[in-house]
Structure formats: C-alpha cells, structure tokens
Design a protein around this ligand. Sequence first.
Ligand code: ADP
Ligand code: ZN
Length: 516
Amino acid sequence: MNNRVFNTLQSVFGFSSFKKNQEAIVSSILDGRDVFAAMPTGGGKSLCYQLPSILLPGITVVVSPLIALMKDQVDSAVQIGISAAYINSSLDKDKTIQIYRDLQKNKIKLLYISPERFALTTFIQTLSQLNISLFAIDEAHCLSDWGHDFRPDYLSLTNIRKFFPNTVIAAFTATATKQVQSDIIYKLDLIRPFITRASFDRPELSYRVVRKSKTKDQLLKLTKDRVGKAGIIYRTSRNDVEKTAAFLVANGIKALPYHAGLEERVRTGNQEKFNCDETDVIVATIAFGMGIDKSNIKYVIHGDLPKNIEGYYQETGRAGRDGSDSECILLFSRGDSVKINYFINKIEDIHEQEKSRHNLNKILRYASRNVCRRKQLLSYFEEEHPGNCNNCDVCNNENELIDITVDSQMILSAIARTGQKFGINHTIDVVRGSKSSKILKFEHDKIKTFGIGKSKTKEFWHLVIDELLGQECLIQDSERYNALVISEKGTDLLYGRIKTTMFKPVIEKSKKSREA
Ligand code: ADP
Ligand code: ZN
C-alpha cells in the first residue's frame, strides 16, 4: 500500500517526497479515519485529498468557498490526469446536469463544490445515490464563529455526517486556534479524527511594526524602496484605499485599488493585472484576499491596525508563497484602535462584542510589546517559539527603547508587598498613591511603595505592566480574579539580577512636559 501511495506521488504529481504531515494525512484517509489538519497556506493541502481521490474506490467531494479558484484547481487536477469537475453557481444548468450524469457513470473521481449546495436537500439526495469515499472540507474555519471568517453557508455542512455516517471526512484549514479546532471537530462530528497541526511558522517572512505618522508618505517611501516588486497594501476604509492608490500613482508607482465597492469589472480587472505583474502594488481592503493565487508577492503592508491577529497573520501569509524572503510591515498607531472600538461598541450581540474587544487587545499587545513578533504571533496559535527569530524588528533592535528596570521594580515591589493578590488597576493605584476606598480598606497606603510612582501617568504604568506580562515577568492568575503574580524571571528583575526595556511610548508629550 505504501508503495502505491509513493508511486502515485511520483508518477501523477511528480514529487519525490511528501511535505511535512502530508503522508500521515493521506495514510489516515486511506485507512478510513477522519482527519483534522491545520496547515499554513502553501503547506500543500490539495495533495492531501487529491492523492487519495485517485486511490479511493469512490468519489472525493471537496467543499471549497473559493468559487474563483475552483476552475483553476480543477484544470490543474485534470492536467495531471485526475478526472475532476466542479459544480457552483457559475455553471449553467446543462453543464450541471452533464456533471451529475458523469458522476453517476463513475466518470468523475474528484468533485469540487461550494458549501451552499449542502443547504439543498435535493442535492444531498443526489449525493447519497453516489459512491462517495471522502469529503474534504477546505477552509474549515469558516464553520466556526470563533474564527475570523465565519460563513453561515458552512453550517449546512453539519449535515454531512448525518447523511453519510460511514464516509471519511477530512477538514483542512490554514488558520485555527485550539478553540476553532474543537468547534470544527464538533460541528462536522468527526469521529476519533487524526489531528495534525503543522507549524504555522513562516521563517521566510520578516515581521516589522513601524510607528505610523504620515501614512501616505510612509507608504510611498516603502513602495519606492521596493519598486518592481509585487506588494499588497491593506487599508481599512475604501476611501483610504482609493486615496492611497491615487497618491502612489501620482508619484510614479504602479498601483491599483481593490475594494468591494468597485464595479465588478474594475475589481477583477485590477486583480488580474496584479496577478500577471502588470502592476506592482495593489492597495486593498481585506476584501482582497481569498482567491489570490500569486506566489511572488514580496511584501504586505498594513497601513492601519487590523482587527485581530488571526486575520493579520493570514493576510501577511500571502507574501512569499514561493518560499523566498518577504516582508510584512504594520504601520502602527494606537489611535487606530479608537476607530475599531467605535465599531465594536456598535455590535449588538454582547458575546460578539466581548470577543472583538479581546481580539483587538491582543493585536494591540502584539504591536506594543518588546517581544519577538514571531514568538507573539505563533503563541496566538498556541505554538511555542523560543523568540530571538532574528527576522523581526524586535530581534533586529530596530526600535527606540527605554530602560524600565527601576519602574518595573516599583511595580513588582508593590505586587509583592500586597501579597500577589491584586489586579492591574489596584497595583497602579498603589504606585500612584491613590486614596481609593479599596486602598484604604486594605491599608495599602501604609506600604513602602505607596505613591512611589505618582509622577508618571496611569497609561505609562499600564504599558509597563503589559510589558512585564509580555516578557513573562508577571503572570495573570485567571482563577483568582486576574491577580498579578511574580514569576521567577520577575523575581530576578525585582532583585536587580536582570534589566529590562520597553518601546519608547508614543503618546507621551503632555506627560513629559509635566515631568520636566
Ligand atoms: P495550500 O492549499 O496548502 O496553500 P497547495 O496545495 O496549493 O497549498 O500547495 C502549495 C505548493 O506546494 C504547490 O505549488 C504544490 O505544487 C507544492 N507541493 C505540494 N506538495 C508537494 C510535495 N510533496 N513536494 C513538493 N511540492 C509540493
Ligand atoms: Zn523575532
């Protein structure tokens, strides 16, 4: 059997070996076991179901939301000799009927369909009459409302197990936290699935956060320095997309806009021009993404703060798909979070609102903490990275830093003296000498560190504590009202055995003049 698999890998796909995790996934499917696979973009997902589709007796059905890519995927499968077809809303009736006939006659081994089909009982009935060996669910995170790209269409896929109790289901996604993972497994009712999570690290991508000041000028400089290379600039608003594109063009850069408000013809035309290297830069909202199949994108710049890390990581992941060194740059201003918060406050569902706020805080921390960007990004996907990646602005010492050893000692000492039982706000009240009722109740105005840091603002102390959390000098005890607890590293800092720094805070003008 292994021989059969390797022969197919070589003779049909022309590859001499499997990429990481592919072999285990393929064997699991061929053994009749469900699969959950989280693999980064470019990890080689397609092969994981295309290869089994050749060896399995029945049909492999691939569910994919990317109508724009289906045709290409089918064409390339056909090119290597797999009998493949697709059904989606772009096909006319005759063609669809023809495909159903071919399916009945076992003329098709690999069928791509869009998720909304599964909402139709007639469609499921038709499928039930066929011999289906495998359901491969691509972009499976669309099933989970914990993810960043929930699609109601996908919920009809929860019926698959009911109608096909004995068919193997394999779920694939390029972005999944553990929460999204369990949600997918639950919703698809995967049975004892083989779970594999490839590393999400993309060592060829460099990550940088740059302070945003004059956005358009900064973007012009960044693109000028990269002339002739393909790049994406993401902006949040359509208006900024158009203005930025026009500004770049006026300054001699080959750039085109892309957002959902543009006429379909213009939009696809611009995407096409980008794909075939007729333009260097595409300035876009996040509507530009799913469906880009361009391997030589050398940089992705975010001109505004993204709403969450998951989306950010996926957007930047579009750079360097050919494996060559590429750049991901975020222009960061804390002010951007005010706008995002404005929209979050308008979300009606409290649970959703809470989640969005949580996500926003995470990306704010990502941008503000003096901690290896890669380590931070990967930790979002619950993957441990030792840090010191040497390929981010933090590791390359590109930032202006201030020494916060003494400030940290004030905080740590206040925490130690109050018994490591209190949270962030109370700790700040102690060092700033607040006479709050809680302080008086616990007699914290009597401890040595009380008021020791009153010359600095609340915001400053928040940044320091956040930095200490990021550097793992402090831990928040979620089981005890998020009380701040000092780690071993924190103890070293408190006793002066190590020093520490943070990024020079941005919004400090008023405070500095007060301190001076
Ligand atoms: P994904 O869908 O996970 O983004 P693809 O399936 O498009 O990734 O594969 C990414 C690239 O890797 C493709 O160019 C594909 O031909 C190549 N690839 C896949 N499997 C292998 C392999 N075993 N050896 C070499 N290249 C591979
Ligand atoms: Zn790093």
